[in-house]
Design a protein around this ligand. Structure first.
Ligand code: DGL
Length: 380
């Protein structure tokens, strides 16, 4: 009897173990199956041009705070910009899948203070190459905010397509409480997939605004409303899911621009010299000696220059260096004055010094003649 009971118990035990093993094998198989399905899903997502009813948007990443991270979520200044790869940045906004087929490409991963002429050329050439592809409907460029306006204006002048190009950054790193990057990126993709965005030149979006690269500038070191288009205004706005356009830039850009980077291997060196009380001629001499082909003066007020600065600048002109007067005032037009005709200087119109430098580099790929360079400042 005891033997019999023992045998029964053993069989029950064996059956239970087998059943358990079976269940766990089934679970394993199921989870393998699921993970296979997920893998397939991921693979499909990575290669698909995807949902045919959605636009195909390429995100070109260059770094900056939008890809920045810190160990502390309250640290909005001491983080390392350009820490996250573009795939992580895109994955942090899963909602992008609902509005476009988005794929990323890492062009660089730097703080934008380290964006140099070589990177500008590389990025512009890649944008043109991608926009030439029928499969690409628009481009988003992620960028550090410190020099974002320079890259955006450069692209505005050299992109050879009317498809939307949107440059986006963020003021807070991805790791911060209330990081602004994810929504800014969502907005950028949304704008790039909007039909009305075609032909508007290169746009910049942060903080729910859509601005033309021609007019936008960074006005505050840390706040999320740093990017402003002060005198000329924004070209549009995003409220909820709605992208609205109200204005567009009237100056030449993209398809109308005569600047062509396709054959340029190197851009000419152009430096910016600041105007201030007691400034000296030797800074101009030093820039010329070091090889500057053009100098933008971040002059006071409506581009006024001290006697010493004028001496330095006129000596530079004698050596075929083009001098452009811009203003450190932050706003307004530097008007063309008698002093320009007298000394063969150029006035920058409403371009701030950093954007006047971008236009001067491109102008110098065409001419060294100050009169001709002046016409570019009137048209672009
Ligand atoms: N290092 C700065 C840059 O990449 C960080 C500033 C920012 O992206 O907001 O421009």
């Amino acid at each position: 009897m005891t033997k019999w009971l023992g045998a029964v118990l053993l069989s029950v035990l064996l059956l239970a173990t087998a059943a358990c093993a079976n269940t766990s094998t089934q679970e394993n198989n199921q989870s393998k199956q699921e993970s296979k399905t997920n893998e397939t899903k991921e693979k499909t997502t990575a290669v698909e041009t995807g949902n045919k009813s959605l636009s195909n948007i390429k995100v070109l990443a260059t770094g900056g705070t939008i890809a920045g991270a810190s160990d502390s979520d309250t640290d909005t200044t001491g983080y390392k910009s350009g820490s996250l790869g573009i795939d992580k940045v895109i994955a942090s906004v899963p909602q992008l899948k609902n509005i476009a087929n988005v794929t990323g490409e890492q062009v660089a991963n730097v703080g934008s203070e380290n964006v140099d002429n070589a990177l500008l050329l590389k990025l512009a050439k890649r944008v043109n190459q991608l926009l030439n592809d029928d499969q690409v409907d628009g481009i988003v460029v992620t960028h550090g905010t410190d020099t974002l306006e320079e890259t955006a204006y450069f692209l505005h002048l050299v992109v050879k397509s009317d498809k939307p190009v949107v440059v986006v950054g963020s003021m807070r790193p991805a790791s911060a409480i209330s990081a602004d990057g994810p929504l800014n990126l969502y907005h950028a993709v949304k704008i790039a997939s909007t039909k009305e965005a075609k032909g508007k030149g290169v746009m910049v979006t942060l903080n729910d605004r859509i601005a033309s690269a021609r007019f936008i500038t960074k006005t505050n070191t840390t706040t999320t409303d740093s990017f402003k288009s002060l005198e000329q205004g924004y070209i549009g706005e995003i409220a909820g899911e709605v992208v609205s356009f109200y204005n567009e830039p009237t100056r030449k850009h993209t398809t109308e621009s005569e600047f062509d980077v396709s054959k340029i291997k190197e851009l000419p060196q152009v430096d910016i010299l600041y105007g201030y009380q007691n400034d000296q001629k030797y800074v101009y001499d030093a820039a010329v000696k070091a090889g500057a082909k053009g100098i933008v003066v971040a002059a006071a007020g409506n581009g006024t220059m001290s006697t010493e600065a004028i001496k330095g600048a006129t000596d530079a002109v004698k050596k075929d260096v083009v001098i452009v007067r811009s203003s450190r005032a932050g706003n307004g037009i530097v008007t063309h004055e008698k002093m320009d005709d007298e000394h063969h200087f150029v006035s920058s119109d409403s371009l701030n010094p950093q954007k006047a430098r971008i236009l001067l580099m491109l102008a110098l790929t065409k001419t060294k003649n100050p009169d001709k360079v002046q016409t570019y400042y009137e048209q672009y």
